[in-house]
Design a protein around this ligand. Structure first.
Ligand SMILES: *Cc1c(COP(=O)(O)O)cnc(C)c1O
Length: 410
């Protein structure tokens, strides 16, 4: 032990944190200690109703028994054999996810960015092998694909433009739901289009069905690979197992992460047979296809199916949005939107950071992806009582803030 636990109060933990951790985030002055179901507790014993869910990750809530059991069982049986061997869990998970998604083949990694990086490499491989060296990938403005160099370049946030130069080239960004701009952006160097069906980090903006139809048609005509980033939308989040089921339009490849492990780091690249193009050595990694991660994901996906959580998320999402519509009458909330339990609204002034902080004080976790925007991505197990409690706290907090349109951020 480095610290004598009994001598460490919250202030002491925070003081240490300020000395020894790389400063990568503005974190609130508290230390999370424990979670169960819809709630987290900090080291002072204060409880928080969690409508962030580790950023759309903890789909089964905190400390789900099925994941605990699966991890303990698998860790006792086979923790790691190395990526050069088959293991039973990786085969089982690949069989389950391909059957559920209509894809044909799977590859497993640890993070969403790593899965998208894999999809980008596969698109380039496809371009090299089948499209005469075409390498450009079209992505959508306001999207989010991760924080490796290539996935930051794919994301194309204006705030990241000058960072970590030189970033990998070959990404073209088009506005969301603009078919003409898409058509204009595709050229002889294009090999793929990659997008989220509902932009998560970008503030919960859905792709129009007509746009997606035009996109699929364009990809078919030009032989481009269509990649869905379902890292945030997959595994029941939007009220279907996968968001593409709302549209009935399939991709050539799809990435999963976040909810797939319910809190255990695991991600997936799923592809159609035609895109089984990597040759030995092209793609790999020490922790790829690991048995422990696959066992966790198997437990999560089976439990999501057993509890019928996609349908539950659809029903609870409706309840949440209708409750927010009532709050809107009193507090001027705008653009209440989303699918299932991927939900957002705008405040009448750019005060989402102050709103998030006031909710935290009141024991409610919400997320602010933009200056006016609040996003709600609770665990998929959220029940009616949790939603009612969330709405009560938000009502009180908004009442206390006395929002007026045009008010400046505190
Ligand atoms: C979170 C997210 C990622 C990145 O996943 P990490 O596990 O953080 O690397 C990529 N795409 C989407 C749509 C995401 O929401």
């Amino acid at each position: 032990m480095i610290f004598q636990e009994e001598e460490m109060d919250t202030a002491a933990w925070l003081a240490k944190a300020g000395e020894v951790l790389l400063s990568t985030a503005d974190r609130p002055e508290l230390v999370m200690a424990r979670g169960e179901g819809m709630r987290l507790w900090d080291t002072d014993g204060k409880a928080y109703l969690d409508f962030v869910g580790g950023w759309a990750v903890t789909c089964l809530g905190h400390a789900p028994a099925v994941v605990q059991e699966a991890l303990v069982r698998q860790a006792g049986e086979l923790l790691m054999a190395g990526p050069g061997f088959y293991s039973k869990p990786m085969i089982e998970l690949a069989a389950l996810l391909t059957a559920l998604s209509g894809m044909d083949r799977a590859f497993f990694m640890s993070s969403g960015a790593e899965a998208n990086e894999g999809a980008i490499k596969l698109a380039r491989k496809y371009g090299a092998k089948r499209l005469g060296g075409a390498h450009e990938i079209v992505t959508v403005r306001g999207g989010f694909h991760g924080r490796t160099l290539a996935t930051m370049a794919a994301t194309g946030k204006p705030q990241w433009a000058g960072l970590f130069a030189p970033k990998p080239e070959g990404f073209v960004h088009v506005p969301l739901n603009d078919s003409a701009a898409l058509e204009a952006a595709v050229g002889p160097h294009s090999c793929a289009v990659m997008l989220e069906l509902v932009q998560g980090e970008g503030g919960v903006h859905a792709v129009d069905p007509a746009y997606l139809q035009a996109l699929r048609r364009l990809c078919d005509e030009r032989g481009l690979m269509l990649i869905y980033d379902e890292i945030q939308t997959g595994i029941g989040r939007t009220g279907k197992m996968f968001a593409f089921e709302h549209y009935g339009i399939e991709a050539d490849a799809m990435t999963l992460g976040k909810g797939l492990g319910g809190g255990f780091p695991v991600s997936a690249l799923l592809v159609k047979e035609k895109f089984d193009l990597f040759e030995p050595g092209d793609q790999g990694g020490t922790y790829t296809n690991g048995p422990l991660a696959a066992a966790a994901a198997l437990a999560v996906v089976r439990e999501v199916m057993r509890l019928n959580l996609p349908a539950h998320a659809a029903a609870m999402g409706e309840k949440l949005r209708s409750g927010l519509a009532k709050l809107a009458e009193r507090h001027g909330l705008q653009r209440i939107r989303g699918l299932g339990l991927l939900c957002a609204f705008d405040l009448p002034a750019p005060v989402s950071a102050a709103f998030t902080a006031a909710c935290l004080d009141a024991g409610l976790l919400v997320n602010a992806p933009g200056p006016r925007t609040t996003r709600l991505v609770p665990p998929l197990i959220a029940g009616e009582a949790d939603i009612e409690r969330m709405l009560e706290i938000a009502d009180d907090v908004l009442g206390g803030m006395q929002l007026q349109a045009g008010e400046e951020s505190a």
